[in-house]
Design a protein around this ligand. Sequence first.
Ligand SMILES: Nc1ncnc2c1ncn2[C@@H]1O[C@H](COP(=O)(O)OP(=O)(O)OP(=O)(O)O)[C@@H](O)[C@H]1O
Ligand SMILES: [Mg+2]
Length: 521
Amino acid sequence: MRTPTPADTGLELAGESRYRLLVEAVMDYAIYLLDPGGHVSSWNPGAERFKGYASHEIIGRHFSIFYTEEDRLAGVPERALETARREGRFEAEGWRVHKSGRRFWCSVVIDAVRDDQGNVLGFAKITRDITDKKKALEEIQATRDALHHAQKLEALGRLTSGVAHDFNNFLATIRFAAEMLRRPSLSDDKRLQLASVVTATVDRAGHLTAQLLAYSRKQPLTPARFDVRACIEGMRDIFAATVGSAIKIEYVFQDAPLHICADSTQLETALLNMVINARDAMPAGGRLCITARREAPGGEDGAASDRPNTLAQPCIAIELRDSGCGMEPDVLAQIFEPFFTTKPVGKGTGLGLSQVFGFSKQSGGDVRVASEVGRGSTFTLSIPEDVSAADGPPPVAAASDSLPRQQKRIMLVDDDTQVGTVLRALLEDLGHQVSFCTDASAALQRLGDAQGAMDVVIADVQMAGLDGMELAKRVRTKWPHIRVVLTTGAAGRAAGSDAHAFPLLPKPWSMELLLDMLRQD
Ligand SMILES: Nc1ncnc2c1ncn2[C@@H]1O[C@H](COP(=O)(O)OP(=O)(O)OP(=O)(O)O)[C@@H](O)[C@H]1O
Ligand SMILES: [Mg+2]
């Protein structure tokens, strides 16, 4: 008896029909073959379903019929076949056209089919309709965009209404005081008291604008080199008094110099803001651990946080870890925004962390946070390490008396006439000789006419045309004996390195501060 061959048993035929059965059964994919010229040579029901053509309508026609007119004119079908011929495969997503003219979004794969010698026999094409998936993705993206936009508007609304609210209160106080001061019957005591109210209100308003400028990274900074460890050590008593006895503060310092070059007053404010937040997060007491250590560049971070440290240079990291209430993710996402607060009215303005954020960024650093509801929060403030050996210039000691020792010839340059006029009156009242210009060119002209007969020039940094910084440099070159003091409402250009060559008075400065500067000859 002869052994049966596969042909006898019909196995070969069964393989081919099994393959056909498979292709025919697939309804979610268009699976068909193209001849080497790109004409359709086989068709499955999936293809019929997507593209609308019955096999007798489409076999023999060029596959470019499925493409949009723009794609056809741009030669997209030919390029697809060319890629598949050259590289063996072409893969893309794009619009295709149904027999009815309707467009649908497809994922397409074209494989070159070759014989044993490598000659291209045709192409196998598999297409999938992913219009629904694309629509769903687009809808998710649109929802995300709308949410992001709404959140931005909400933050902006919070910011403007916060500023408006606080400023209206300041303005109301100043107005009431000014109206009272006009009354002739007012006693001297009362007059002095009202003047103090105005000054105190201006200080509060100045504090608010300083925090806003800190957030927008435009505050005038006075960076100097110092050891972070010494700075924190110096604040131990303030921290202890701030948190009270129910909260235990633990300090952990790396045993090495931890130098940064930054504005130490701003760092102190930032630390205090975070310590106050930690206190508020632990109303029933708890633990606060303050750590300072060196941090390698590129995210080698000890604490888990929302994101790694992305700074490129070595930093000094100051970490405040509390055992407080922690934060929900939606709160965490907004904490650095100005005026975002979860505290009751009168308890928080929502500016503390915006100052921390702005200060860290303006100092070339970063702030990160990790938090878990019920377990606590960890804030990490990283500031680039100062690796230079030299110490900065020693701070100038403030003079104690409050009156200028001698009369000075002062030139005021400010494009705000009101500020200039009031300041001029004040300085004249103190016995100085004052001339006032509203722009830098006029000031230079007048100085030239007077052949530099002036002791001090006080110039606003931001002015149209020639600005205060440029004026300061020209005055110093031409008349080095004249002392130049710059004043500014925001750092702007004054934050640049050359600003530190001139003393800077941040508005609204006190008379005391100006007099101190005038005394520093
Ligand atoms: N350590 C912390 N633990 C839990 N929540 C915190 C912590 N620090 C900040 N937060 C949350 O972040 C919010 C914003 O903090 P931020 O310091 O900017 O403003 P504030 O403390 O509310 O007000 P302000 O600091 O101006 O008095 C807080 O209201 C609080 O919800
Ligand atoms: Mg706060």
